[in-house]
Unconditional design. Structure first.
Length: 456
């Protein structure tokens, strides 16, 4: 055991040490190399060191540099050193975090982390929380609580009776709602197409003046951090109006909710504290390893009633039982690395990390705009949308950036415009990384525009 774990640690450490000079995306040759994995199930055992060697030598070159400082795709953060180390240790502990009796340390660290998170995100201190896989399950969990609550208000027990014959729930979303929220509504039986979509403005913010008349039972979903522009719905206007008509307000704040941790950007989440539930990702802007979403519900009794599980062999002690607040029973100890990240950063470190990412986003926008390219969004947070001219030229630049390997950015279509999307979310990104990436982007943009102008 010691030999294989030490070997894994050495290989992983070398990978991370070389990450700054590696390509941000894998080469075509490295991706083709993955074909070596395509074999029938081996007839007999393979040595542990050989298994690890194959993973490292074939797998590592075919990774995308999400853990590195110049990955700007899909709003993916890296992993803070303390969080990654805690993840390794927790994996060695191999804890089932569903029950206090099965893992006291996991349960306690969840409790501590929950208190810290509510404080950092400026959410009601008495709220309850769920440690789940990501934003989709965080939205699912919080919206399940919303479904329970709004149907209970009209005398329907959805956990006991299901949705057959239940009063129909009116669901309202902004026209720029994230697909993960729509998917969650579908999984909950509330439909992916039956919700009311509210028009948005040029930055993707829900227009409060277009909010429909609400009837009970109803759920209104608002967004903190548009995945393209970084913009925030006007929660300070929407929450009072929705609550006055008896609606539950849910916040999809996968990355934008973390703005609350920064004194400079906390004004962006004005009014979001007044909602009834919130969803976010710890593996986005807290920079912990993947598989770490968070759902918060103002009323702990509602979340517990929605997610509780009982069986004769499941003890119910005096401590908070994690399994009573999440969809899963057995699960990994996600709270360990969240605790480690928050402990290592503290309030000031968390704020500085968020502000540095936003500062780097503005640096991108200024560099690209100064070179004559159009920035399509107000850079209010960590998101930048840039057009390099025609749709064809923009697509060519995106393709060139991904093939070049200096950095990695993805494409999007924003209100009919083809754009390259730059998402700065990693603790490791510095202004030097921005400048290095800008040099590559501008070089490739000049080549694309020259080629486009020369084409017939």
């Amino acid at each position: 055991m010691r030999e294989i774990l030490q070997s894994a640690a050495l290989r992983a450490t070398r990978y991370l040490e070389e990450l700054n000079e590696r390509r941000a995306g894998p080469s075509e040759e490295a991706v083709r190399g993955l074909e070596a994995f395509l074999e029938p199930l081996p007839a007999g055992p393979t040595g542990q060191q050989e298994v690890l060697r194959l993973l490292d030598e074939l797998g590592s070159p075919a990774t995308t540099g999400i853990a590195g400082p110049r990955y700007f795709g899909f709003v993916n953060g890296g992993s803070l050193p303390a969080a990654l180390a805690a993840n390794w240790l927790a994996s060695a502990w191999d804890q089932n975090a569903g029950l206090f009796i099965a893992s006291p340390v996991s349960a306690v660290l969840e409790e501590v982390s929950l208190c810290w998170l509510l404080d950092a995100l400026d959410l009601p201190a008495t709220s309850s929380g769920a440690f789940v896989t990501g934003a989709t399950l965080a939205n699912f969990t919080a919206l399940a609580a919303a479904r329970h609550a709004v149907l209970a208000r009209v005398g329907w027990d959805v956990e006991a009776k299901g949705l057959f014959g239940a009063p129909p729930i009116q669901v309202v979303v902004g026209d720029e709602a994230h697909p993960s929220l729509i998917k969650s509504l579908g999984m909950l039986g509330l439909g992916r197409e039956r919700m009311i979509r509210v028009p948005v403005d040029q930055q993707g913010r829900m227009r409060a003046d277009c909010l429909p008349e609400l009837h009970s039972p109803s759920i209104v979903c608002v967004q903190a951090g548009n995945v393209n522009t970084g913009s925030f719905d006007p929660a300070a206007e929407i929450c009072p109006r929705a609550h006055a008509q008896g609606a539950w307000v849910h916040v999809d704040g996968a990355f934008g909710l973390w703005a609350a941790a920064s004194p400079r950007y906390a004004h962006l989440i004005a009014g979001f504290r007044d909602a009834d539930s919130w969803a976010t990702d710890a593996h986005k802007w807290l920079n912990v390893p993947y598989d770490s979403g968070l759902a918060f519900v103002r009323d702990p009794d509602v979340l517990r009633a929605t997610m509780s599980v009982t069986a004769s062999y499941l003890p119910q002690g005096n401590h908070r039982e994690p399994s009573q607040y999440v969809p899963e029973l057995s699960r990994r100890a996600r709270g360990v690395e969240i605790w480690a990240a928050l402990k290592s950063l503290g309030r000031s470190g968390l704020s500085e990390m968020i502000e540095r990412c936003c500062r780097c986003a503005r640096r991108f926008a200024e560099g690209l705009s100064g070179a004559g390219f159009e920035i399509l969004n107000d850079v209010v947070l960590n998101q930048v949308l840039v057009s390099f001219g025609t749709p064809e030229a923009t697509q060519q630049v995106i393709k060139g950036v991904q093939e070049d390997g200096t950095c990695w950015c993805g494409g999007t279509v924003w209100q009919g415009r083809q754009a390259m999307r730059i998402s700065v979310s990693s603790w490791a990104t510095t202004e030097a990384d921005v400048d290095r990436s800008l040099e590559a982007m501008l070089r490739l943009a000049r080549q694309a525009n020259i080629a486009h102008q020369a084409s017939p």
